[in-house]
Design a protein around this ligand. Structure first.
Ligand code: 13P
Length: 341
């Protein structure tokens, strides 16, 4: 492992004013998204859609890296250019989702564990050869009644995360370490803070026991936020303050950067929260975005699978990328959204 090189890639992933585009929806998930805009999900339609994003010149200026799904990393654009080359030409780093989704966790009703470790050591060098310089593995922790999340579930998931991270670094690939505490449900922000803190403490413990070099990772956490169905959801400032507080308590300064998932927040909410955190300032790590839905909802609903909508969809994507780029610097203002509308 060349840690200097890993650290260089990790820092580039969280470079000032830039963040990550999570375009790694599995075929099942992208089908669900396409269903809502009336587009049939085929190999070609998925390719056309993603090619459109990667060719958004303005938007890609704010995108440091793109997380791809296995299908996409091998795909070629309509003109025969590998999609990975389009990403590199745009000045962005290709990355790859390597987990294989979740399975029910035995003895823990309602809880899941992320799988995909078995052949990972063999798969990683192939992805490296194909241009991937970072990877992603998402662990999913739910908050619910009846002792959810259980200690068993958190332990099993953070152990897999740390094993994945160690394998990535051995293959000279920067691991995005993603322990996601879901925002589904009606829990309050305090409960999210408690669970997130426990999950992050155990994540870093496992990373340590698995000898993962923190200088060569990027953390992708949830924000400390109220459940979607909570009647009295915390406001922007409270989410920002609570998230920064938990992160300061749990994430060592050796970690180059933290790139949040959007997790079901509205586009503007995700931007406003990131901006408010960066406005607090004086943080030991870069704080940026690694958004899927909050970057893609606008271009998807504009595109609707029609070639005549491509330019408008690219503008919609570029706008969100720019807004989030500004939020990563703490320079976003709400009226920038209205001006663009
Ligand atoms: P969302 O921003 O839509 O939560 O997706 C980010 C991601 O990559 C989840 O793994």
């Amino acid at each position: 492992m060349n840690l200097d090189e890993l650290n260089k890639v990790a820092r580039a992933m969280v470079a000032p004013g830039k963040g990550i585009l999570a375009a790694d929806e599995s075929s099942g998930t992208i089908k669900k998204r396409f269903d809502t805009i009336g587009v049939e999900s085929t190999e070609d339609s998925r390719r056309d859609y993603r090619e459109m994003l990667f060719r958004s010149t303005e938007g890609m200026k704010h995108i440091s890296g793109v997380i791809l799904y296995d299908e996409t990393i091998w795909q070629k654009a309509k003109d025969g250019t590998p999609l990975v080359e389009l990403i590199k030409k745009a000045g962005s780093i290709p990355g790859i989702k390597v987990d294989e989704g979740t399975k029910p966790l035995p003895n823990c009703p309602g809880e899941v564990v992320t799988i995909g470790l078995d052949k990972l050591a063999d798969r990683l060098p192939k992805y490296f050869e194909q241009g991937a310089r970072f990877a992603k593995w998402r662990a999913v922790i739910d908050i619910g009644a009846n002792g959810i999340p259980s200690y068993t579930c958190i332990r099993a998931n953070v152990h897999a995360l740390a094993r994945y991270a160690a394998l990535c670094q051995a293959a000279q690939i920067v691991p995005i370490v993603e322990p996601e505490v879901l925002m589904d449900g009606d829990h309050d922000v305090e409960r999210c803070a408690t669970v997130t803190k426990l999950v992050l403490k155990l994540t870093f413990e496992e990373l340590y026991f698995n000898r993962v070099a923190l200088e060569g990772i990027v953390l992708k956490p949830n924000m400390v936020i109220s459940g979607k169905k909570n009647g009295k959801r915390a406001g922007i400032e409270e989410v920002a303050e609570r998230t920064v507080k938990v992160l300061k308590n749990c994430v060592p300064g050796a970690v180059p950067g933290i790139a949040f998932l959007s997790g079901g927040q509205s586009d503007e909410e995700a931007t406003a929260h990131l901006d408010a955190m960066n406005k607090i300032g004086n943080l030991p790590w870069a704080l940026t975005f690694s958004y899927g839905r909050a970057l893609q909802h606008a271009p998807q609903t504009t595109w609707k699978g029609k070639s005549e909508n491509v330019a408008a969809a690219q503008r919609a994507f570029s706008h969100r990328a720019k807004m989030n780029g500004l939020a990563a610097l703490g320079q976003w203002k709400a009226d920038m959204e209205k001006k663009a509308a």
